[in-house]
Design a protein around this ligand. Structure first.
Ligand code: AKG
Ligand code: FE2
Length: 309
């Protein structure tokens, strides 16, 4: 049941009225740090397949899943088990497990040291290909959205293109199991946090639970109509825009008792800059508040804070 403070923006007008689309999208981002996008053009078969394969993966025995934990890369590839990720400044781990699929780079690529290879997962036939297809489609959609954001900010439309062309982006597929009486007291599906990256494109927000903290300090439900993508601003873009586009704190609360025996699946695509991009705050929104910082240094600092590194 869509019940959200945010109205969806249709991408049908992307080509016919790009400036209008950018204005509407930017309005929601500036107000909430979040927008909901309809008619995004990603093939529903690609989405359905990736979700179905992911469900099969999460149903495997836990020892099998744990064999897919990547030995390198601070949890940025492969499997991360239940009870590991802990939101910044929290002590209780989230009630979730997830899979990370990143960008495939050719052998010997200059970013190879900080963007490790994906972890092949042959136990579910077609899993790897379904992840790669989703990654490519969201990478493409993300670039289109960033062109609209650049236009909204009165920057050249292609401002972000080169900065994200080889971005250290990751597709995270999340499984929040049913919440039983054995759940750690005080634990929630995803503790309040801001995303680290540039923008996040999220699938699966039709199932209730996602909330954002608005500027008045109230939690607001973010529930997307079927087939929509929820998009939010991450810390890197907030910093770049001197907080004109806010990276809004959000969380996933536990289900109501009547939904507690249902698992929740979602898939955020964390769109990142290329590792060598310098995030240099633009002169907007008052006096510049931040020092320039390299995207990879910023990421590593934040991964340590959430216990992935
Ligand atoms: O599962 C969701 O709806 C949101 C997940 C999220 O915010 C995250 O993984 O950063
Ligand atoms: Fe998030």
């Amino acid at each position: 049941m869509p019940n959200s403070v945010i109205q969806p923006v249709s991408m049908k007008s992307y080509d016919s009225d790009f400036a209008g689309f950018a204005r509407e999208l930017g309005f929601w981002f500036e107000k909430f740090g979040f927008a909901i996008v309809a008619d995004h053009g990603v093939d529903q078969n690609v989405i359905d397949k990736a979700l179905q394969k992911a469900k099969e993966f999460f149903a495997l025995p836990v020892e099998v899943k744990k064999s897919y934990k990547s030995p390198v890369g601070a949890g940025q590839r492969g499997y991360t088990a239940f009870g590991v990720e802990t939101a910044k400044d929290h002590t209780i781990a989230d009630l979730k497990e997830f899979w990370h699929h990143g960008r495939n780079l050719p052998e010997g690529h200059r970013f190879g040291a900080v963007m490790p290879p994906n972890v092949p997962m042959p136990d579910v036939a077609g899993f790897d290909a379904s992840q790669q297809a989703m990654f490519e489609d969201f990478d493409h959609l993300g670039k289109r959205i960033l062109q609209a954001i650049a236009t909204y900010l009165e920057l050249p439309r292609d401002y972000f293109d080169a900065k994200v062309a080889e971005g250290n982006s990751i597709l995270r597929t999340l499984h929040y199991p049913a919440v039983g009486p054995e759940a750690t007291p005080g634990a929630i599906r995803a503790g309040a946090h801001g995303d680290i990256n540039v923008i996040t494109l999220l699938l699966g927000a039709e199932e209730p639970g996602l909330q954002l903290l608005d500027k008045a300090g109230q939690w607001q439900a973010v529930t997307a109509p079927e087939g929509c993508v929820v998009i939010n601003i991450g810390d890197m873009l907030s910093r770049l825009t001197n907080d004109r586009l806010p990276s809004t704190i959000h969380r996933v609360i536990n289900p109501e008792p009547e939904r507690a025996r249902f698992a929740r699946y979602s898939a955020p695509f964390f769109l990142h800059f290329s590792p060598d991009v310098l995030i240099e705050t633009l002169p907007m929104n008052g006096p510049v508040k931040y020092e320039p910082i390299n995207a990879q240094d910023f990421l590593e600092q934040r991964l340590r804070e959430i216990k992935l590194a």
